[in-house]
Design a protein around this ligand. Structure first.
Ligand code: GLY
Ligand code: MN
Ligand code: MN
Length: 400
């Protein structure tokens, strides 16, 4: 089951309340180029509406609207019957659509300039909900529109409320956690299948195909571009060619996770192609595993990801590999693989990845181990723990 409409209604009600009379706007993003692959709405828009395929749309929040039905308005771009022949057929605005999406008010985007300008003329407070861009990136979409209104309406104050949706998205509901557990189960099935076929002589591409097939057959897909890197390729952090051979003595780094109803799983495992770790590989693997366990143990309410990073990094530095762990410990996970990241420390309901690694190109040897940890009141629950990770469990699973 996907997220229920009523949960989207509740999310919007929370935003409306938290805005405390300020006007907010969340936009789905521009229309994609035709033939450029699947388009997906801005995840902040999807989070509030459940809609993934409505380009050029928005949600306008104005809690003090005179007509309470206009406190939260869904704006959809106009229908264009000639374009629908190219891009697909779209719904008319109707009672059925309002009920399906849980909005009391759906309008066409042609009304946005008037509605937004009027709301800001009366309320004088515009709340930025989309994250701010870094200064050499494009200005965030709501801020760009608020500035255009502020040029025409004196006295509009623009506020930073960017932590509001980030925080809401980071703390997962029961329904979201259930979907993430499903994504973890599908991911486990993919790894179980590839453990049964991984051997010297297979190609990285064949390994990826196993994952493609399992994820697709379970109603999911890849949550992100998968990495299957054997030997030297396993030392390249964002390797994505997945076209090399798997050699006899290689370690194979596989970073792949399924997506279910838009929610991501993100797992990395490192397996010996031969089914047995050499003493050399075992030594490095044990360091990374110890570091990862230390990182996971540091996940608890009130901690920060930097605490987990420190714990894992200490273990890697103590083993003399400090210069070979060039990335951070992990990230929030959810609707996006690198999910909305609030300013606040960890809280129950957040899901983070813990993924230290050691990469030794001179030895054509890379090791990364990544799990998804749900923050609980007591600490953390590893959602991906069932995927073989200890040396014994991996060698057992690969014994044929
Ligand atoms: N798969 C992307 C990451 O681990 O962050
Ligand atoms: Mn990953
Ligand atoms: Mn990750």
């Amino acid at each position: 089951m996907a997220i229920a409409t009523v949960e989207h209604v509740e999310r919007r009600a929370r935003v409306l309340k938290a805005l405390d009379g300020a006007v907010g706007l969340v936009l789905s993003g521009d229309v994609a180029q035709p033939l450029h692959g699947p388009w997906s709405a801005d995840p902040y828009f999807t989070y509030l509406t459940g809609l993934r395929d409505e380009a050029g749309a928005g949600v306008l929040f104005d809690a003090r609207a005179e007509d309470p039905r206009l406190a939260c308005v869904l704006l959809l771009k106009p229908r264009n019957p000639e374009m629908e022949v190219w891009d697909g057929y779209r719904d008319p605005i109707s009672l059925a659509l309002r009920e399906r999406l849980g909005f009391t008010s759906i309008k066409r985007t042609g009304e946005l300039p008037r509605l937004l300008t009027q709301a800001l003329r009366l309320r004088k407070r515009a709340a930025c909900l989309h994250p701010f861009a870094v200064y050499d990136g494009p200005v965030s979409p709501d801020l760009a529109l608020f500035r255009r209104v502020a040029e025409r309406v004196p006295g509009v104050a623009i506020e930073d409320r960017t932590n509001l949706l980030r925080k809401m998205r980071a703390v997962k509901s029961e329904a979201e956690i259930a979907l993430m557990r499903r994504a973890a189960r599908v991911t486990h099935k993919g790894y179980a299948r590839l453990l049964a076929m991984l051997a010297p002589g297979v190609g990285e591409q064949q390994v990826q195909r196993v994952l493609d097939e399992v994820f697709a057959s379970q109603g999911g897909g890849h949550a992100y571009g998968p990495i299957v890197g054997s030997g030297l390729n396993g030392t390249v952090l964002h390797y994505k060619a997945n076209r090399g051979p798997v050699g006899e003595g290689d370690l194979v780094v596989i970073d792949a996770g399924a997506s279910v109803e838009g929610y991501a799983c993100d797992v990395t495992r490192t397996f010996p192609a031969s089914g047995r770790f050499t003493p050399d590989q075992r030594a490095v693997y044990e360091v990374v595993l110890r570091a990862q366990e230390a990182g996971i143990a540091a996940v608890r309410p009130g901690a920060r990801l930097s605490d987990a990073d420190r714990a894992a990094r200490d273990a890697i530095e103590a083993a003399g590999f400090g210069d070979f762990y060039p990335h951070g410990i992990g990230h929030q996970l959810g609707l996006e693989v690198h999910d909305a990241t609030p300013d606040d420390p960890l809280e129950p309901g957040m899901v983070v990845t813990i993924e230290p690694g050691v990469y030794l190109p001179d030895r054509a040897l890379g090791v990364r181990i990544e799990d998804d940890i749900l923050v609980t009141p007591a600490g953390g629950e590893n959602l991906t723990a069932s995927i073989p990770k200890s040396i014994e469990a991996i060698e057992l699973a690969m014994r044929r």
